[in-house]
Design a protein around this ligand. Sequence first.
Ligand SMILES: [Zn+2]
Length: 80
Amino acid sequence: MIICPKCGGSSTEVNTQKPRQAAYIWRSRTCKDCGKTFSTREYTLEDLGKLINEDSNLVADQVNDIIEDLSELISNHEKH
Ligand SMILES: [Zn+2]
């Protein structure tokens, strides 16, 4: 379940689902409770496995994206 980062509500609406060459599904969501718009990326273990097996600049970019996400999660966690 996706939780709103602003109010913590669980009623979110998916606005778009962009088909793209990426190892994750990107979605824009709007919170039905407070109206906050935010985006999510969803990774599957299968796709992450493909990233490890493939070798290209595109894949390297996506791995960097994932590392950035993880860094952000860690820094947000440390603030609490
Ligand atoms: Zn909200």
